[in-house]
Every structure is written in C-alpha cells, then in structure tokens.
Design a protein around this ligand. Structure first.
Ligand code: ATP
Ligand code: MG
Length: 871
C-alpha cells in the first residue's frame, strides 16, 4: 500500500467515526513559550485540554508534522543510526476532547489495525500502565479489561511510568498510556526469541507504532495529582513506521517515503546504499535531515544563530558533516535533493512545493558557509594537534573548536583517531555540561499553580473596539525567572489588552482599583490561547472590579506601524512582483520590520518607488474595512493571502485598506492618514533570498525629519550658509584630494633626500654594509627607504628607528645573501632590540618591524645593533 493511500485511509476511518479532519499545524511553534517545535499531534489542541478555549468539534483527526530535536523529545543523535526514529516525521492521531474515552479509543485502534489494514494480530502486543506507588496510582485495570476483549491476555504487557504515563509538562494534564507494538521479524527469529521479551527493548523490528493516551489527571505545582474535570483521548501513531509495516519492509527508510530521496543521494554522491554501515548511516542522516530542514524553512524558520533557527542550522550541519566525512562530498549537494522531496511530499504539503526554490537557495548558502567553517576548523585543528604534547588532545581545546566554530566534536575525534591520537572526552563533556548549566540557570523559571478566583467561560478579547473597560480577575499565578524576576500573570473575564502576536508587540497600560490604587501592566502575551497580563505586583483587593486601561499612545503608534506593514507588503508585490512573500514581521510602537522572499537586493530606485507607493495610500486617506468571522475559504477567494507557517481557524478576520487585503489579528488605524508618513530606514539581507526592510511612521518619522533638518542646518552653517551646500562639500572634497596628493609628493621627496643622506652614512664592518640610524619617517616610508637601499647596496644590514608622536618604531633589513651566509635573522634581532623601546615585534628573516612605547630607548637600541656585526 502506497504511503499516500495509507494516510488517507487513516483519516477517512476516523472521519467515519464522526471525527473532523483538520490540517497539520505548522511545525514551527509561535504561540507556546514551552516549545520551539511541534513534537506531537496534541500540541495544537493544548488550549482545549487546558480549558482555555472551546473546540468546535469534540472529535478530531489529522496527520501532524512533528520535529523531535530539542527539549523533552530529542531524537537527533539517534537518527540515522537506527531505522525507525526520525527528526521530522508525521504523527497520525485521533482526539476526543471530553467526548469518548478508553473504550472507543481502544476498540477503534484495534478495528483500524485488524479489520481495515488487516495486520496479523499475532504480530501485535499492547502495553498498559502498571501503576506507581509515589503517585498513589494503581495499575490501569480499566484499559487491561478493555484490551482483553480484543487480544489474548499474554499479549497485554505492563509498562512503567517512563513508557506508559504521559505528562504535558511539569504541570498540567497527564494520564496513563497504552501502546501498540508490532513484531515484524521473520518466523525463524520469532521462534528463537518471543516478541514479548523485545517490546520496549530498542529492537528495530519490534517497535512501538501507536500510543493511546488517556488524559484523566492534572499535575499540580507541588507534584500532586487531581482528577481532570473532563477526560480526553490523545493518540499518536508514527506514519513512517506504519508504512514500513504495511509495505513489508524492515526499515522506515526502505518505504516509498524515503526511497526516492535515497536513490537521488546515491546518484548525486556516487555512493551505494546497503553494503556499508557507515555509508548507510550517512545516507539515512542526509535523507532524514533534508526533510526536517526543508519543512522548517517552508514553515518560515530559517537557519540562524539562536533559538529555533539555531536548531535547524545544527540539523543541516549534521547532514553536511556526514556527507563530508563518510560520502567524501566536499561541496554543496543537499540542496539538489529538494526537488525530489517536493515532488514526493508536495501534494500532501503544498507549502513545500510552493517554496522549493527558497529551500534550495537557503540550504545551498548554508552548505557553502559550513564548508568554509569545516576548512577553517580543519586547519585550526592541525595547529592544535601540532602544539599538543603527547597522544591525547585536551577536551578543553576541542570544546573551543566546537563552541566558537561549530566544528563537530565527532569529526575532531575521528581526525585524531586517524592520526593515532585520542581526545579527552571526559574533559570535553565537563566543558559541555558547564555550558549547559550556564544556559539552563539563565533560563530557569518556576511557575506556581493558578489561583482561581472565579469559574469563568473563555476570556473574551474586546480590544479591537475598546481601550478601556471594567474587568474582574478570574485567575492569577506567580512566575519567577532569572531574566524577569518575580512577575504575576493575571487573566481577566474580558480584556481590551492586545496580546503579543502576528508580529505585533503586546499592549501596556494599567489597572485602576476602586480606591485609586494603580497596578501597571508591563506586557500582554498569549499562551495556549489564554491572554495573560504581566504585572510586578498584585492589586490590593484582588477580588474587586478594576478599570483596565490600555496605553493609547503606544497602541496608536503600533497600529500605524501595523497598517503601514500591510501597505508595504502591497507595495512590494506591486513593484517587485508577485513572488514576494512575507517571511516575518515585527510591529513595534517605535518602528516596523518586514522580512520577505526576494532574489536580489532591492535597488535604491525601487526603494524610493516603494516609499512613494505607501505614502500615496496614506495621502489617499483610505478607510479601514474590517470584517470578522469570515469563513477562511471565502477570504481566500476574495484575494487575501494566507501566510505559510501560520495557523488559521475556520473563520478569520479580514483587514482591507483599498486593494490591500490581509488575514490579520492585529490592531490597525481607522484611516491610512493616521499613519502621517512612511519612511524606509534600511534594506538588508537576512539570508539567501530573504530581504529585510526597516521603516518608521508617524511621530518617529516626524522626529526623523526634524533631526535630519537640524543636522542639515548645522552643516550649512559650517559651510558659511552656502547657497548650494552639496557643491560646497564637493569643492572641499576636491581640494582635500589635491592637498593629499601634494603631501604624498612632498613626503616622497623627503624620503628620497633622507635615503641619499643615509646611503652616504653606511659604513663597512667585516664585509657587511652597516647602518643604524634614527630618522623622521613613518612606518611605510621607513619600509620604502629600507627596500630601496637594499636594492642599491649589497650585503646590507640596516636598522632604522623613528619617534612618531611619542611612539617608537623600529625596522631591521638584512640582504637575503647575508641572511644565509651569516645566519642573521631580522625577526630575532628586532625582538631583541625591541626590549629597549619597551615593545615587541616580528617579521621575516630579511625584514622585521617592532613598535614600542619608549622612544627614549631608541639610542641604546641603535647602539646595540652593531653588536650583531662583530659577534
Ligand atoms: P519511541 O519509544 O519509539 O521513541 P515514543 O514513546 O517516543 O516512541 P510517542 O511519544 O508515544 O513515542 O509518539 C507516538 C508515536 O510516534 C510512536 O508510537 C511512534 O510510532 C512515533 N514516533 C515517536 N518518535 C518518533 C520518531 N523520532 N520518528 C518516527 N516516529 C516516531
Ligand atoms: Mg521517543
């Protein structure tokens, strides 16, 4: 069965059980501070399990793109070495949000496997939670009894807390899990060892395929468990593992999900998959990482130096490094695989197909720059090896190479091994741990349980229409972190505060208590769909009614920048072309930033045109046309563009200013004239094929022009109020150039004269032409004179020194013949003489220079120079 078909079989099966099929959420997280990437199907439904939002459908199913490379689930180092863990994989899942529970979840999983897919039940094992004393939990008898109806009891195994108890995080929903494992070994092997003994033992052919989680508890901050008011089902099945089973393969990589990519790798790198374990691992790593990196880029996450971008960069570098070492590929090649991937997955994931060119560009550039890093690292490593005494290289040094150059540690170890040396791994681990501890303690935070004051329905946002309203606090909690200190998070029954999102910063403002006390709201954020107001202290009467007041000035400035961002987007598409795609934005009250896909630099003329276009829309005084709750498909039909990597609900908000139509949750001006004026400050590159424009509006633009005018006036004054300041500056520049040339000429004449004088002073000592003399020349002129004399006088040994504004300069020139004959070394001599001027220097055997801070010592240094003639 083709994998495409398998995916749709799963979805339609659960559709037949009244599940709503929903799209995969983006793989790159935007709205959850605890996660960088989606690592399980349930992530996008967290807000429902936490009770922060009510779902339209209580039964859901999808295929979710997941990435397990950081945090709680990190499979990165294993990937490629085994045949069934990937960095990026698809998780098929079905969910019940307070709807059905264990009975149906178990029955349907079984029905899908045995009745629909016709998987032989003699190859299946299931596990259930054995209980845990510390948590006061009994064995999950309920699940055991339900399984007993489908499978013989000797195939129901007990699992411990690690494998069979799932938790959302340190706090929050959790519960026992039940896994389905499959044994795909040959009959012969099964006869030797029972599959039962291999479950959860990391055997590549006895693997877990499906995990059914029964969410029934809530973990509190003190570690205790409470019953959840509503019980939920969350299941996850590895799509690639299921494909392996259904296609009768022994490895995920042998399925049609990976084979086309592997074939292409074989062709491009001229290697063969199969015979050599080392080569096979490299090929698997590259095939896997290609997917992870391409999907991330298509979701808007470019490789970078920090956060999620850095994780993506490291994945790609791991692939490059495996190609470099084991396939012997020393130039970019991974980008050439994007096409095959997009042909194969582009139908299920159109974002990949649409952006394959961008993926190629970005990957190629990353490959190029990492190749350079590898070359640099290799030569640094050479130096380190040379300076290493003994056979073992210090782990500290290796860590330096790893940390500052991103040079892979296993490559260091490998190269050392090839040279018959070893690496002090322990020392390296110690350094690595130190670094981890540093970043952990910087990120350390503690969160207390919510204190619930009122049971309330979902918190309502009214900030599009109001900047001020009466509110009550429904719940609050204390959070502590190194970065922000102690803060309180408040949740209201309704709020006018816009939470940070869609690139726009969160509102600031204050709460006013009935007694006049004011509590400042320093920021507003959204977490799992909950709007959270941050304060440094709690109100005096926490149960009271408050006036919640948004800082209107900051909000208006941010709104002007947000609307300007839309107009800029429109201008870019109009002037540069339809290929322009938004790749990120920041809407601040001070400025705006807009990143977009475009192949080259935006020229100055184009920038002017873009500015002009936006300002024309501002002067046209276009009214905002805002429509809420428009069905997503209708909005798209009306010409709104959805952004890749963004999650949209069934209905969306449309923001229209004339011909600019966008799906947007941000706040906007009511008329474009409120923007006043739009001014671009800079245009630059963020990555290959991604440009960035920074611009300002309103007060910031006004201030900008005021400041520029003042500067201009000051310059004019310096130019004696010249009528045409530009011409005056040009005249000054021309005159300056003329003077420079004259000075150069005078200096060279002076040097010529000095050279003549010096030549006359040269004396002969033991067949060597010797001179040590103080001159009034700068370093360059000294060098010129020394080389000129060297060309005119044979067997020359020359030391020249100069006092330049209190600094001592000294140079030593020795004819090459002398260097050989008398074994003289200018570098060594200049270092010796450098002592007298309190300085250091160096160079080559025939010419070297030194600088020092003691010009008084020049005379002595010159006197000492003659010593070298006689010794
Ligand atoms: P394993 O023990 O094999 O690592 P897990 O316990 O981490 O699996 P879950 O977190 O329960 O897995 O995820 C649900 C399902 O997703 C698993 O049953 C498996 O089929 C699949 N899965 C998990 N991790 C990966 C991965 N790295 N690559 C491919 N599939 C995976
Ligand atoms: Mg795992």
């Amino acid at each position: 069965m083709k994998s495409q078909e398998l995916r749709s079989k799963f979805l339609s099966f659960f559709e037949s059980k009244q599940h709503q099929i929903v799209p995969s959420a983006p793989m790159v997280m935007k709205n959850d501070p605890t996660l960088l990437f989606t690592n399980a199907g349930m992530n996008q439904f967290k807000e429902y399990f936490l009770g922060n939002a009510n779902p339209k459908h209580t039964r859901l199913t999808d295929s979710q793109k997941c990435l397990r490379v950081s945090g709680k689930h990190n499979d990165l180092e294993e990937v490629g070495k085994d045949t069934y863990h990937h960095t990026m994989f698809e998780m098929l899942g079905n969910w019940s949000i307070g709807d059905y529970f264990k009975d149906e979840a178990i029955a349907w999983a079984w029905e899908f496997f045995v009745d629909i897919l016709k998987i032989d039940k003699d190859n299946l094992y299931v596990t259930i939670f054995e209980g845990d004393k510390n948590d006061g939990l009994e064995k999950d008898q309920e699940a055991y009894d339900l399984w007993k109806r489908h499978i013989s009891e000797d195939r129901i195994l007990l699992g411990n807390k690690k494998d069979n108890f799932w938790e959302m995080g340190d706090q929050g929903p959790c519960g026992p899990a039940s896994e389905i494992h499959i044994d795909i070994r040959s009959d012969e092997e099964k006869a030797k060892v029972s599959g039962k003994d291999l479950v959860n033992e990391d055997h590549p052919q006895v693997v877990e395929v499906w995990n059914l989680v029964f969410m029934q508890y809530n973990r509190m901050a003190n570690g205790s468990l409470k019953d959840l008011p509503a019980k939920h089902i969350d299941t996850g099945m590895g799509f690639e593992r299921l494909a392996m089973v259904m296609q009768g393969k022994q490895s995920n990589y042998d399925t049609d999900v990976f084979m086309p990519i592997i074939k292409e790798i074989e062709t491009i790198t001229n290697s063969v998959y199969g015979p050599s374990e080392e080569v096979d691992i490299a090929i698997r790593v590259i095939a896997d990482h290609l997917r992870a990196v391409s999907f991330a880029i298509a979701d808007g996450q470019l490789p970078s130096n920090n956060g999620a971008g850095y994780v993506i960069r490291r994945i790609l570098r791991r692939a490059i490094r495996y190609g470099f070492t084991f396939l012997n590929i020393k130039e970019p090649f991974i980008y050439k695989l994007v096409n095959v991937l997009s042909d194969q997955m582009g139908e299920a994931f159109p974002e990949l197909k649409k952006q394959s060119q961008l993926c190629e560009n970005v990957i190629k550039e990353e490959e190029n720059s990492f190749m350079k890093t590898l070359e640099q690292g290799l030569s640094l490593l050479e130096q380190m090896i040379e300076s290493t005494k003994g056979q073992e290289m210090s782990g500290k040094k290796a860590f330096e190479l790893y940390d500052t150059f991103g040079f892979p540690i296993d490559l260091t170890a490998l190269i050392l091994e090839e040279k018959g040396m070893s690496l002090n791994h322990k020392e390296f681990e110690v350094e690595l741990q130190k670094q981890k501890d540093r970043s952990r303690s910087a990120a350390e935070a503690s969160t207390e349980d919510w204190v619930v004051l009122r049971e309330d329905d979902v918190e309502e946002f009214i900030g599009y229409d109001h900047l001020e309203t009466d509110v009550k606090i429904t719940k609050y909690r204390k959070v502590k972190s190194k970065k922000d200190g102690e803060l309180f998070q408040l949740v209201f029954n309704l709020t006018p505060f816009y939470p940070e999102g869609g690139g726009q910063i969160g509102d600031k403002g204050y709460l006013e208590e009935s007694n006049g006390n004011v509590v400042h709201i320093i920021d507003t954020k959204k977490e799992n769909n909950l709007i959270i107001h941050l304060t440094k202290n709690l109100p005096q009467n926490i149960e009271g009614v408050f006036k919640a007041i948004v800082n209107e000035d900051l909000r208006n400035k941010a709104a002007a920048n947000h609307t300007a961002t839309h107009l800029l987007h429109q201008a870019l598409r109009r002037i540069l072309g339809d290929h322009v795609e938004q790749k990120g934005s920041l809407v601040h009250d001070q400025y705006l930033r807009f990143d977009f896909a475009h192949f080259g630099k935006v020229t100055e003329d184009e920038l002017k045109e873009i500015e002009k276009f936006v300002n024309a829309r501002i002067y046209e005084q276009i009214n905002l046309d805002e429509r809420r709750n428009v069905p997503f498909d209708d909005a798209i039909k009306e010409g709104a563009t959805a952004l890749f990597g963004e999650k949209y609900g069934d209905t969306v908000r449309m923001i229209q200013f004339g011909e600019s139509v966008e799906l947007c949750g941000g706040t906007h001006v009511s008329n474009t004239s409120d923007i006043w004026h739009f001014k671009i400050l800079s245009e630059s590159a963020v990555a290959s094929g991604i440009r960035r424009i920074e611009a300002i509006t309103r007060d910031a633009a006004k201030d900008y022009f005021t400041e520029k005018t003042q500067q201009f006036d000051a310059i004019k004054k310096l130019l004696n109020n010249a009528k045409d300041p530009e011409k005056s500056v040009k005249d000054l520049q021309a005159e300056n150039n003329k003077l420079k040339k004259q000075i150069d000429q005078l200096l060279s004449e002076k040097a010529g004269n000095i050279k003549g004088d010096l030549k006359a002073k040269i004396k002969e000592v033991n067949g060597i032409h010797f001179l040590a003399e103080k001159v009034d020349l700068d370093a360059n002129a000294i060098k010129d004179v020394a080389f000129q004399l060297g060309g005119e006088v044979e067997n020359l040994f020359l030391v020249l020194a100069s006092d330049q504004k209190g600094k001592a300069l000294m140079s030593c020139y020795i004819s090459k013949d002398l260097v050989k004959e008398k074994e003289l070394n200018a570098g060594q001599i200049i270092r010796d003489l450098g002592k007298y001027i309190q300085g250091g220097g160096g160079g080559q055997p025939f010419f070297a220079t030194a600088g020092g801070k003691n010009p008084e010592g020049i005379a002595q240094a010159l006197a000492e120079a003659e010593k070298y003639m006689t010794s």
